[in-house]
Design a protein around this ligand. Sequence first.
Ligand SMILES: Cc1cc2nc3c(=O)[nH]c(=O)nc-3n(C[C@H](O)[C@H](O)[C@H](O)COP(=O)(O)O)c2cc1C
Length: 224
Amino acid sequence: MEVLEAIYKRHSVRHYQTKPIEDEVIKQLENFVEKCNQDSGLKFQLVLNDENAFKGLLAHYGKLSGVRNYIALVGGISSDLDTKVGYYGEKCVIKAQQLGLNSCWLALTFNKRNVINKCTVKKGEKLVAIIAIGYGVNKGKAHKGKFLEDISSMKDDSPEWFKNGVKIASLAPTGLNKQHFYLELVGDHKVKLNNLGGKYSKIDLGIVKYHFEVGAGIENFEWV
Ligand SMILES: Cc1cc2nc3c(=O)[nH]c(=O)nc-3n(C[C@H](O)[C@H](O)[C@H](O)COP(=O)(O)O)c2cc1C
C-alpha cells in the first residue's frame, strides 16, 4: 500500500482485537521506528504486550479497549520536541497502516506512569505521547473536517501542488480534532504553517507538516 492510500485509509481506532501482531510485521515496524530515531535523534520505543498502559480511570474515559501495543514517543527535551514527535510519530502511524495495522494517537487517555515503567525515559528526556497500534475491531471512520479554505489560503487559482498539500493536510489527525493550523502560500514556492494554538497544537503541527509534504511533494516548495 502506497503512503497516500494509507493516509486516506487511516482513522483513529480505539478498540483492538487481542490477536498478537505477526513477527514479520513487528520486525518491519521495529526497523522503521529505529530509522526514524536515527534520522531525528528521538527515542521512540515499540512496546508490545503491555496490558497495563490503559488501566485506570482515564482509559475508561477515553473509551479504549484491547490496546496492548504502542509506540512510546520519547525524546530529549527541546523547544521543538513536540513538533518533531508529531512529524516522526505520524510517519510511524502511516507505516503501521501500510503494514495492515490500525492506530490512535494518545496524549491524554493513557496511564502515563505505567507506560514510563515499561520504557526508558532518561534524565533530560520526556514521554510526549503514545501511539496505540494493533488490529482494530473496526477500521475507524473519517473525521469531520473544516473547509479547506478555512485551514489554508487556498483559492481556485492556487497551484495544484498547494491544493494537493492542503487536501492531504486536512486528513491529518489533530488533538480533539481541532485542526488549529493555517497553511499559507507565500510567493510562488513557499509555505508557512501557522499554529493557531491549543493544548496539542505543537504535536499537531508536526503531523500536518508530514501530511502536507506527502500531498504537495517536497520538491515543489520550501517551508518558511
Ligand atoms: C496529538 C494528539 C493527541 C490525541 N490524544 C488523544 C487522546 O488522548 N485520546 C483519544 O481518544 N484520542 C486522542 N487523539 C485522537 C484524535 O481525537 C483524533 O485524531 C481526531 O479526533 C481526528 O480523528 P481521526 O484520527 O480519526 O482522523 C489525539 C490525536 C492527536 C493528534
